[in-house]
Design a protein around this ligand. Sequence first.
Ligand SMILES: [Zn+2]
Ligand SMILES: [Zn+2]
Length: 664
Amino acid sequence: MQFEKKLEENDIHAMIKITFPDNSVREYEEGITGLQIAESISSRLAQEVLAASVNGETWDLTRPISEDAAIQLLKWEDTEGKHAYWHSSAHLMAEALQALYPGIKFGIGPAIENGFYYDVDPGEGVSIKESDFPAIEKKMMELIAAKEEIRRKNISKADAIKMFSDRNENYKVELISELEDGTITTYTQGDFTDLCRGPHLPNTSYIKSVKVLSVAGAYWRGDEKRPQLTRLYGITFPKKKMLDEYIEMMEEAKKRDNRKIGEELELFTFYQVVGAGLPLWLPKGTQLRLKLEEFLKKIQQQFEYEQVITPHIGGKQLYVTSGHYAKYGKDSFQPIRTPEEDEEFLLKPMNCPHHCEIYKAFPRSYKDLPLRLAEFGTVYRYEQSGELHGLTRVRGFTQDDAHIFCMPEQVKDEFLKVMDIIFIIFKALDFKDFEAQISLRDPENKEKYIGTDENWDKAERAILEACEEKGMKARVELGEAAFYGPKLDFMVKDALGRRWQLGTIQVDYNLPDRFELEYTGADNQKHRPVMIHRAPFGSMERFVAVLIEHTAGKFPLWLTPTQVVILPVSEKFNDYAYSVARTLKMQDIRAEVDDRNEKVGRKIRDNELRRTPYLLIVGEKEAENEEVSVRKQGGIDQGSEKLTTFAHRIKQEVDEMMNPQVNI
Ligand SMILES: [Zn+2]
Ligand SMILES: [Zn+2]
């Protein structure tokens, strides 16, 4: 004891061991910072690094490290690095706002997936409008040029409350009152101090280009009964070029907005009188959706799913049994009552309870498993009207749902098969870039979860192995599993690089328990099956929205509502045009005639705007020879062709897509 103490006293430069992600270890003096470590490696790295992960926690680059630690230096490419960058940018915007709007009060200002926002209360009678953005951006650039140091400080709860009360920052005071003493920190830059956990950049000059994007109203803490604040969204980048590219992408995204294209292509519409968030699918949109369903049903059939149909409402007891009523009942559409018997029904929020009842319709043996029940089941979920958005957030939607009931040892095989289905679908629809997330149990907190340890281990291993066998790179998140089972989620990247969460495969031990599902095993004993929920699209609505924005409405030939439009060069050839359309329709090709009394150039332009894959121009020569003059999407002139040849070619192209090669 004595000896150790002596050593410490003598050792002025105590050394600590820093372990890097590649497991290499270097020794540094105690109190070294992430930034200094980066400098010790290379000056280039020091310029690129934004924050440091220290023993799994993200830290400021300037925060001293006083003991052995595993560290990872975080750059722009790392989510946490970008997060620190954008969070610091939120502070920068707040500092600018404080300078421009004296008396402004601050709510919260987090980093989000793309940029950041800050909720502010500019004060009685003051509003912040789009026309004010340039002034805010200018101020932000000034503060960047000042290269203000961003300093972290621990503060007692009492001091924090006093400090923010003195400045009438009532929103901050409310936040502080909920924090535990000893855990509170502030960050200061220039004249601006924020209550904040961090982490942050070392100084404001890391931020190179700024853009205030939009302004919206937001209730304090999301509560309609609390004051409405002003939410300012912004984004920043370490390079001007990156901002320019981002703005360009945003403009392209606006052009591709599913609501805009949905209207242009007459796919769907919404009316207040029908109900917010309840889409009306127009004939062309319905055509598209039915094609998608047909495509999915074909695959399901190949993978031995059985289709079922269940009602749109269900007796309340069904959801009491499933547990949904206790969990979501209050925040759902309220029960419907029958006038005479006073029975209570709920709008169906999910299909699973119904499918459990179908499972129970017969005694099941191990020979019946896996049982795969599929349904394009329409469900209704209450969303606040402010949350609704085109087809991506609706109140009534149809899931491409299925539930697989299987034995625990079949989970892996079933996962592999569902992954096959998802890959076939993504390929057919040209989503080349996708990633997966595996959500597992929190190993430290096992009692939180329902189901036996053994089954969890089996299912978690099954998911990990299935991903490995498929060569699927997946991020593993511990503690992200639902209480009832682990899951695998798929995210696709669209043509603009935006990420959308789509398909899910989810293991469930809870519902089989609650519904007391059983099968007779080979041992003649009763066993509980495992249930797997899976929906490759998530919902038809959301998927169509993503597809619209991914393709900008240029759907693949097999899917597009109108595949061919025939354009007679003059009224004289209308009859021939209609006979061409009839021939194509006989071949299952979706064809229309544009017989408007317009110049053919105008017709071509209009139909190209409608993203028609093939335009057939017909005049005297074509009529005489039973030919069509083919113009492919994108203005590609393919010359004249026999009508029968064209029809055969198109039909083949469509059939290939509609019947994907499945190797089971
Ligand atoms: Zn902060
Ligand atoms: Zn389900």
